[in-house]
Write a protein that binds this ligand. Structure first.
Ligand SMILES: [Mg+2]
Length: 233
């Protein structure tokens, strides 16, 4: 379907739909840059070699991952390592990892975010486990297409971020969206949508298969299927 047809379809759209998108595995594939940067941070801060696999981190908030790492390193002790220090080292490593590397936007991601940004009646937002700074570093030039975002800086539970995102919408527009759609690549994204009474859309461009994601209202191969998704919602 051509984008001109989409514009026509939505020309008289009066309702406001809030589209909340995840980053890793949904909009981009950073090739494990986040994991590598965390592993390096553990090496330099704790002198420990930690191995994180894709499913250890997918759908989790950065604060959750950090706490999970600390539990692995200090299983018996109460720990008092400051998240701020970890964040600083992690962000520095991430900048280094991604410097001079072109961003690998997943299929349909750029076109879809362009459409949401330019079309009236749609509010594009982010809901990501990434620290806010990490989200900007990873998204590069498409970061500004989103009106606001809920990030994993403090909260360890992704579901709580949904209410942060909704709250930001309510604060900005002084009303509730007519429909809210959550798009992500993990069962955690689906759970988050369900907890928020939102429409869940899963994409199989992350570490989970379509079968793993079948609990979603809509399961897509990738974001290039956005025109038919918009018609269905
Ligand atoms: Mg993801």
């Amino acid at each position: 379907m051509s984008s001109s047809k989409i514009t026509y379809l939505n020309k008289n759209k009066k309702k406001d739909y809030l589209y909340i998108l995840d980053i890793d595995g949904t909009l981009i594939d950073s090739g494990g840059a986040g994991r590598k940067s965390m592993e390096k941070a553990c090496e330099s801060l704790f002198g420990q070699t930690i191995k994180l696999n894709a499913k250890d981190v997918a759908g989790r908030t950065d604060s959750y991952i950090f706490k999970h790492i600390l539990k692995k390193i200090y299983p018996k002790n109460r720990f008092s390592v400051d998240l701020t220090e970890f964040k600083t080292v992690y962000i520095r490593n991430l900048l280094e990892e991604l410097r001079d590397k072109p961003t690998n936007y997943l299929k349909g991601a750029r076109e879809f975010t362009d459409f949401l940004e330019k079309s009236s009646g749609y509010t594009p937002a982010l809901l990501t486990g990434n620290f806010k700074k990490a989200a900007k570093i990873k998204l590069k030039e498409i970061a500004d297409k989103f009106e606001f975002g809920a990030y994993g800086d403090i909260k360890t539970n992704r579901n709580d971020l949904f209410f942060d995102a909704l709250g930001l919408y309510q604060k900005k527009y002084n009303k509730n969206p007519d429909k809210t759609v959550v798009i992500g690549d993990t069962p955690f994204d689906i759970e988050c949508a369900i907890k928020g009474n939102a429409i869940s859309v899963a994409v199989s461009t992350g570490p989970y298969s379509k079968e793993d994601l079948k609990a979603a209202d809509f399961v897509l191969e990738d974001l290039s299927q956005w025109p038919s998704l918009l018609e269905s919602i």
